[in-house]
Design a protein around this ligand. Structure first.
Ligand code: T6T
Length: 324
């Protein structure tokens, strides 16, 4: 095992793109009788800038390497909606799937069925607990991202006061790791107290309500770590509604257009931006390697950066896209 350290169809699905292959010759039949030149990207949820950016990177790379890439995403970040997509994709027998599992355990069975059908499985962003199913996993170092968020928030609040973690859904590998990294780093900051983790079910409106309720119980709240896009967008709304903008410091993961605007406005103080386009690109590279019998790298870490008002102007390549 080698690690490379560097820097939505039925009621529930949206087909967001089918990039046609250029160049390379006709279809190649895989062992299951399908099309080995066909890749399918199954993101966690449709119409969300993190996954749109991932799709852009994957589409470009697939085109460059002579593969087709279809994207099929659930309308909500939910295993019960992602499972039927996987099942439907298996029936079409693509060469490989690039998937962001919406639950570390609940998605194991459908994804294993894909593997058992002879489809190469590549994890992009999130991962299953069972590491025997995917051939390769491409993601940020999410524990480190959580630690970085804690260090950044500590500086912003003067290393003292109570802080809240807003997470998405329990069982999401990435955001659970970010919360763990945050909590473990907090142990080195004696003046800071964690109010624990609350879950927003990946809904920004729920994150906003969590902030309102927390402020009612803890008017002296110093800071918030929002573990992803929905948590951070909602936290900003909650603080705005409560009239506490700037007084409660926010470090959020991700860099959607709204998050970038919130940073510019000073509504949030820092964003840990990932590199979803590179996750998509490298996912395609690993899928192609697996299909072409070349060596595959089991774990690949992609870059992250802490964006502040001071650094955002020179790092706009890290801003997520709403379209390719
Ligand atoms: O933060 C990203 C992704 O890394 C995470 O796994 C789920 O949430 C996002 O898609 C942002 O909404």
């Amino acid at each position: 095992m080698r690690t490379v350290g560097r820097a939505a169809i039925s009621a529930a699905v949206v087909v967001t793109a089918a990039a046609l292959a250029t160049g390379c010759g006709g279809s190649v039949t895989n062992s299951g009788g399908g099309d080995a030149k066909k890749l399918v990207l199954i993101p966690g949820v449709a119409n969300e800038p993190f996954y749109i950016s991932m799709q852009c990177g994957a589409q470009n790379e697939a085109r460059a390497l002579g593969y087709t890439l279809d994207t099929q995403a659930p309308t909500q970040f939910d295993a019960s909606l992602q499972t039927p997509i996987v099942t439907g994709v298996i029936a079409n027998k693509p060469g490989a799937i690039l998937i962001a599992p919406t639950h570390a355990q609940a998605m194991a069975s459908p994804i294993k069925q894909a593997k058992d059908a002879g489809i190469k499985v590549i994890e992009v962003d999130t991962a299953l607990d069972d590491t025997s199913i995917a051939l390769s996993s491409i993601a940020s170092d999410n524990v480190k991202g959580g630690q970085l968020a804690a260090q950044t928030l500590a500086t912003l609040v003067g290393d003292k006061g109570s802080v809240l973690v807003i997470n998405t859904k329990a069982g999401t590998s990435t955001t659970d790791q970010r919360a763990q990294g945050f909590e473990s780093e907090l142990k080195s900051h004696a003046g800071m107290t964690s109010l624990g983790v609350q879950y927003n079910n990946n809904e920004a409106a729920t994150a906003a309500s969590i902030v309102t309720a927390t402020l009612a119980a803890h008017p002296d709240l110093a800071g918030i770590f929002a573990t992803n896009l929905s948590s951070a967008e909602g936290a900003a709304t909650g603080l705005r509604n409560a009239g506490k903008l700037g007084q409660v410091k926010v470090v959020g993961f991700d860099a959607s257009p709204k998050q970038v605007q919130d940073l510019k406005d000073g509504t949030v103080q820092a964003l840990i931006a990932q590199n979803p386009s590179d996750i998509g690109k490298q996912g395609v590279d690993q899928a192609a390697a697996a299909l072409e019998g070349k060596p595959v790298t089991r774990n690949i870490q992609t870059t992250m950066i802490a964006l502040t008002q001071a650094t955002m102007a020179t790092n706009d390549q890290y801003f997520y896209k709403s379209k390719c």
